[in-house]
Design a binder for this molecule. Structure first.
Ligand code: GDP
Length: 483
């Protein structure tokens, strides 16, 4: 912990090298100002072009955001009695709140990149708790979808909704003529984009260039996803040049956009800073271990514990303990604070005891800390998700990170922290995999449910083999990630 804004890096990093806009009232979102005291400066600079596009986006959002005349005018097109369609000056992506918090943060960031690429304004459905969790990211306006938004049925949209792009194609309510353009007299004023993990082949056509041309004409896109769909945006020819300019280093998309968009509110920032100062700040090194087990029982499981210890020893993340030798540490020995996150409290108990009863052979002072053990995922509960957000953020402040395969919770931590984690390989039949963990190729999240379709040839293809910077993930063989 550094004194706020005392170090030269902290000053220089105050706006993340220009990534963050100035012009916010400081007290309204302390994390946006104070994070420099907790985070090391990023070793990845955003491109000048990204900064320029973000400033341009902020202007667009101010022009078209809630409470603007243009917003009122475009929203009128959604009302049942709206007069005939006029070309909209402002177009929108409405992100619908859905799924666990890590998933939401990834789909929201993907939706923002999509808005940036298509010159749309991103509006956020506040769901049960979005306002408790995140500060407003754009100065002088709001990203929250106004409560009187006329399309109230959007909360029930799902794979079967006739309003979805996929179902409209399937039912020929809309047809995509080559070269774009809807073949009905006027394009609909809104379309629901169902991009959840269970989406259909028709929904997946979203990722084709011609379909993007068609969607361009529609003022309101209602988007619901639990996935980080950014890697597949990199495969749409229309956006490739722009993406290359925005992100000359392709493995920094979530790192930059996540840090730009996702700032904890003051109550969550309190959870983060109090914990950090009490348990982590004084250690010479901080290690994050994220244990996420996708089982119906909450654990602890012996094979998971063995896997964590196996990985930590093999990669020299934790020292061995000595069963025989009496190794006496002095207060001057090097200290390591381990931040453990898990729904179960069992792992902490066992690890802490192991390093209490036996000395570390390295002589290091090892301490274990786990902020919460919520036992079950409780999507939609306020304090539960505030703690989850605080824990993802705390993990992102560590020096070395171990994450669990398949977990978006871990992806958020690694991306915000700019860390390439060790990934605990998904276990089969409750056995310890060999090797227990693998190094991540990049800090980017994995897109768990990408399409495998060649839009031009109109047949299946392995989308992980098309360009060098979109590869299959380490933890999910069919997933895609930027490297
Ligand atoms: P994923 O399921 O691991 O991909 O991550 P998500 O964040 O989307 O959903 C898991 C949800 O379970 C989180 O949002 C939390 O609500 C809860 N959860 C899972 N692991 C932890 C943990 O280590 N700490 C806390 N506080 N909550 C957790």
């Amino acid at each position: 912990f550094l004194e706020p804004h005392k170090s030269p890096e902290a000053k220089e990093n105050k706006y993340l090298g220009g990534l963050l806009a100035s012009g916010f009232e400081e007290q309204s979102c302390l994390s946006r100002q104070q994070f420099t005291s907790y985070r090391k400066p990023s070793s990845h600079s955003p491109s000048a072009y990204l900064l320029q596009r973000l400033r341009k986006y902020e202007q667009l959002h101010q022009k078209c955001g809630p409470n603007s005349d243009l917003y009122d005018r475009t929203v009128d097109q959604l009302k049942p009695d709206h007069v005939s369609f006029v070309t909209a000056e402002c177009r929108y992506v409405v992100w619908i709140s859905y799924s666990g918090l890590g998933n939401r943060m990834l789909s929201l960031t993907s939706a923002f990149l999509y808005a940036l690429l298509t010159n749309r304004v991103l509006l956020v459905d506040r769901g049960a708790d979005m306002t408790d969790l995140f500060c407003e990211p754009f100065p002088g306006t709001s990203w929250l979808l106004p409560l009187d938004f006329p399309l109230s049925q959007f909360k029930n949209f799902d794979i079967n909704s006739p309003e979805s792009y996929g179902n409209m194609l399937k039912n020929k309510v809309i047809t995509n003529t080559a070269g774009g353009g809807a073949s009905r007299s006027s394009p609909p004023s809104f379309v629901y984009l169902h991009l959840g993990h269970d989406y259909s082949d028709y929904d997946k056509l979203f990722f084709c260039e011609d379909d993007q041309n068609l969607l361009e004409t529609i003022p309101w896109l209602m988007l619901r996803s639990d996935n980080y769909f950014v890697p597949s945006l990199f495969l749409i020819p229309t956006y490739q040049d722009e993406l290359h300019q925005l992100f000359p280093k392709k493995d920094t998309v979530f790192h930059h956009l996540g840090r730009y968009l996702l700032h904890p509110t003051n109550p969550v920032w309190g959870l983060i800073t109090r914990y950090y100062q009490s348990y982590l700040s004084k250690a010479d090194e901080r290690v994050g271990i994220q244990i996420r087990v996708f089982e119906t029982e909450s654990g602890p499981f012996q094979h998971v514990l063995d896997q964590v210890i196996g990985c930590a020893h093999k990669q020299k993340i934790l020292p061995e303990v000595s069963q025989q030798k009496a190794i006496i540490t002095t207060p001057h020995n090097r200290s390591k604070a381990i931040l453990l996150t898990s729904l179960s409290s069992g792992y902490l108990e066992i690890l802490r005891n192991m390093f209490w009863v036996h000395p570390a052979t390295s002589g290091e002072i090892i301490s274990f800390h786990q902020p919460s053990h919520e036992e079950h995922q409780q999507t939609g509960k306020q304090m539960h998700n505030m703690k989850a957000w605080a824990e993802m953020y705390l993990l992102s402040l560590t020096d070395v990170l171990v994450t669990s395969a398949w977990s978006t919770f871990g992806y958020v931590a690694q991306g915000l922290g700019g860390l390439k984690p060790w990934i605990l390989v998904k276990s089969e039949n409750r056995t310890v995999p060999e090797p227990p963990c693998l190094p991540a190729m990049s800090m980017e999240p994995c897109f768990h449910a990408p399409p495998f379709y060649d839009c031009k040839a109109k047949r299946g293809t392995d989308t992980g083999e098309l360009v060098p910077h979109v590869r299959h993930c380490e933890d999910i063989s069919w997933g895609l990630k930027l490297v």
